[in-house]
Design a protein around this ligand. Structure first.
Ligand SMILES: [Zn+2]
Ligand SMILES: [Zn+2]
Length: 530
């Protein structure tokens, strides 16, 4: 808790006084974001005036209204009087976003574009050109993944894909030139990049899908999913609390993020791709383990965004998640605001919300307290469940409350490692996992390909699995002991026949026909990776 300038609390002598003040503070927070001190405010209470100077993070999912002409996503992050507008929604004749910003008195701001779909950035140029605003900086997603498909080769063979990719790059260039005309600095965000908004630290966790189009989403004929999977994934942190936003990523990037071992945990999650069925794997949301989720709405034709009820796939995803997580949607709940201060999160929304007082237990110190929480009123299942578990579960969540990670394969630039449930990596020699045997280096990386250990030669396929029996490697046949995996050489008795193996282990095909083997065994997919 950073409270250096919180003088009222500092001067409090007794413990009772201190807890009374904290209690008052929480009450102020619960009262709703509109009445919450926001750096510019001058509340009548001394407590609120002092609290105004304490670090805060305010996240607002702006309701773009119900007009069919405007749709998409726009989220405003505020800290220390600085503003970052993350995505701008579609072209908007009604100017919903700017109307909101003007009403809130926002003039100086930076823009952040998660990816180049129209529902996320078509309004960006209007904001840049609007003389009311002073855009300080524009943060842009990585256009390189789609740019790759602008070659004449794809113009001929993949016309739909080429057309979409051109559209995305054109949007990128449009924003870039609007910014340059006004001499606004542009930052291209890449994985690992950090920046700040007031007291909030931002870190980019991912900036593109690494597999290229077509390898994993064969249904994605025109590259829409490909572009979604190239969205920026950024975590914003203030103190112990954080907010994760991943644009429109779909299952494949969610799986890549899980496999990469990236720390995804966050207290507030913007559900991926507007909460749609293409995204939000149970394992992904579980890895984030959020206290609060929200979604922006994509398109007015998605009428199921009105409620969690309904029969389409979209709402079934939301209904599934709603059983475990506190979810608000801006189509249904209007503009939603989460305010983080003193490691506490308060929530407010325009409509369809219920406030409930429930008992929560802090798992790190065992203290039970009553807390008022804001829920979506269309979320009865969630309420029942949390009410049931309210005595044992810390609803506001913290690091100690996170469920420990299961054992899993983890990839980084040096290769694959295997992290056990206790968080350690396997290393230093042969290890058996399930039915397979792997070799790990001293630094814990899985070996792939040829390997010499204690004078014996082995072959581990590209999944790191030690091979036995006949194998075809680079067009040559080799035989590996079915007992210990060691490669055999010389004239060798195998399966009732003598085989002429050379001293390098390869079969001399001038003396004997190739063995009858199934070479597909080393090509099977990675099934253990979660
Ligand atoms: Zn979208
Ligand atoms: Zn998209």
């Amino acid at each position: 808790m950073r409270q250096g300038r919180f003088t009222v609390q500092k001067q409090a002598k007794s413990g009772i006084m201190r807890s009374l003040l904290s209690f008052l503070l929480i009450l102020v927070m619960i009262a709703g974001a509109d009445s919450f001190p926001s750096g510019r405010g001058s509340g009548p209470l001394t407590v609120t005036a002092e609290a105004a100077s304490a670090p805060y993070m305010k996240i607002t999912c702006i309701d773009l209204g119900s007009a069919r002409s405007v749709y998409g996503e726009s989220v405003l992050l505020e800290s220390g009087g600085q503003f970052l507008l993350m995505d701008t929604g579609s072209k908007d004749p009604q100017n919903s976003v700017t109307a909101y910003l003007k009403k809130r008195g926002v003039r100086n701001l930076s823009l952040y574009i998660s990816h180049f779909h129209e529902d996320h950035c078509d309004y960006a140029a209007s904001i840049i050109k609007d003389s009311w605003f002073h855009v300080k900086r524009v943060y842009l997603a990585n256009p390189d993944p789609v740019r790759k498909y602008l070659s004449s080769r794809y113009k001929q063979s993949r016309r739909k894909l080429y057309k979409s990719c051109k559209e995305y790059v054109d949007r990128y260039n449009g924003i870039l030139s609007a910014a340059r005309k006004k001499k606004i600095p542009v930052t291209s965000l890449r994985r690992g990049k950090t920046f700040t908004v007031g007291s909030v630290k931002a870190k980019v966790l991912w900036d593109q899908n690494t597999r290229g189009w077509g390898c994993f989403d064969p249904y994605d004929k025109d590259g829409v999913g490909f572009q979604n999977n190239s969205s920026l994934v950024t975590k914003f942190t203030l103190g112990k609390r954080s907010f994760l936003t991943c644009g429109d990523i779909e299952f494949s990037t969610e799986r890549d993020l899980l496999a990469s071992g990236t720390n995804l945990s966050a207290d507030i999650l913007k559900l991926n791709h507007h909460g749609m069925w293409t995204s939000n794997l149970a394992s992904f949301v579980k890895a984030v383990n959020p206290c609060y989720c929200f979604y922006s709405y994509k398109n007015p034709s998605d009428s199921d965004y009105r409620r969690f009820g309904g029969s389409t796939e979209t709402s079934s995803t939301l209904r599934r998640l709603a059983k475990q997580y506190n979810i608000l949607g801006c189509r249904y709940n209007g503009t939603i605001t989460y305010t983080v201060q003193y490691n506490t999160i308060s929530v407010s929304a325009q409509r369809h919300i219920k406030k409930k007082s429930i008992k929560v237990k802090n798992l790190s110190n065992g203290k039970v307290r009553t807390q008022q929480l804001v829920f979506n009123d269309a979320q009865p299942l969630f309420l029942d469940k949390r009410m049931l578990f309210s005595g044992t579960k810390l609803v506001t969540g913290n690091a100690q409350d996170r469920t420990p990670a299961k054992s899993s394969w983890v990839k980084d630039s040096k290769g694959w490692r295997y992290r056990t449930a206790s968080g350690k990596y396997l290393s230093g020699g042969w290890k058996t996992l399930g039915k397979n045997i792997y070799y790990f280096t001293v630094s814990g990386y899985r070996h792939e390909g040829w390997l010499k250990v204690k004078g014996k030669t082995y072959f581990l396929n590209r999944l790191g699995i030690r091979q036995t029996g006949w194998q075809m490697i680079d067009g040559k046949f080799y035989y590996f002991s079915t007992k210990n995996g060691a490669m055999l050489t010389g004239k060798t008795w195998i399966g009732g026949t003598i085989w002429p193996l050379r001293s390098d282990g390869s079969l001399d095909l001038s003396k004997k026909d190739a063995p009858d083997i199934n070479i597909t065994t080393s090509e099977h997919r990675h099934t253990t990776r979660k």
